[in-house]
Design a protein around this ligand. Structure first.
Ligand SMILES: O=c1ccn([C@@H]2O[C@H](COP(=O)(O)O)[C@@H](O)[C@H]2O)c(=O)[nH]1
Length: 238
């Protein structure tokens, strides 16, 4: 299986370049992609992207841009010019922001996948209500996914619990990149809307973002191998 077929994206949430690269050196770029998020990028900057590209990885730069349209378009362009495979913005930044980002990539012929975060997987109904959104997470995800698609984005970040609804609303080819993946009997940590790896694939996730269940495991490679096995031998009904 090459990374082009693998749905797995390992979240390299580490506080230093060295720690992230130690993990990356254990991983096989033919078996997964990697994700660089806010902590690692803020500490190490573009050098981490370069180092991961040098090791053959496709990189999802997960900085979740959210600002006025011109600022977000510039940030998305800067990310794409570093050659990342995927970059994201917050869908709640609205139509003009997402369209500006899309147009900036198109104008510069940059082929990076642009996706939008819908509702963070750490949030549930009460969290949405506190920030003034009186919808169920599922309804809000559907609404923002439809908007992101109308703005020309390639997919969304959502929980795998909403992947099926997003597939119905936006189609098979629209990417459903889903964090909040937790193998059976593992801690949910700060995640709230979770599914197992095989449950997520069965629900229609196109990509599974997995961090702590691998990176904090006693034996990260054994944890990854267990997840891969669970994806090829799915339990009945999945
Ligand atoms: O809604 C979202 C959007 C992004 N994330 C990111 O995914 C990983 C998940 O890590 P775990 O350790 O597997 O929980 C992390 O980098 C988040 O920033 C998310 O969890 N939910």
């Amino acid at each position: 299986m090459s990374h082009r077929d693998s749905p797995l994206i390992v979240a390299l949430d580490y506080p230093s370049l060295d720690a992230a690269l130690c993990m990356a050196d254990l991983l096989d770029p033919r078996r997964c992609r990697v994700k660089v998020g806010k902590e690692l990028f803020t500490r190490s900057g573009p050098s981490v992207i370069e180092a991961l590209h040098g090791r053959g990885f496709e990189v999802f730069l997960d900085l979740k841009f959210h600002d006025i349209p011109n600022t977000v378009a510039g940030a998305v362009q800067a990310a794409a010019e570093q050659g990342v495979w995927m970059v994201n913005v917050h869908a709640s930044g609205g139509r003009r922001m997402m369209e500006a980002a899309r147009e900036r990539l198109d104008r510069n012929r940059l082929s990076t996948q642009l996706i939008a975060v819908t509702v963070l997987t750490s949030m549930e109904r009460e969290d949405l209500a506190e920030v003034g959104v009186g919808l169920e997470p599922l309804e809000q995800v559907e609404k923002l996914a439809t908007l992101a698609q109308a703005c020309g984005l390639s997919g969304v970040v959502c929980s795998s619990q909403e992947a099926e609804a997003v597939r119905r609303a936006c189609g098979e080819g629209f990417l459903k990149v889903t964090p909040g993946i937790r193998p059976e009997n593992s801690a949910s940590d700060d995640q709230r809307r979770i599914l197992t790896p095989s449950g997520a694939l069965a629900a229609g996730s196109t990509h599974l973002v997995i961090g702590r269940p691998i990176t904090q495991a006693e034996d990260p490679m054994a944890a990854l191998a267990g997840i891969e096995r669970s994806l090829v031998t799915r339990p009945p009904g999945h």
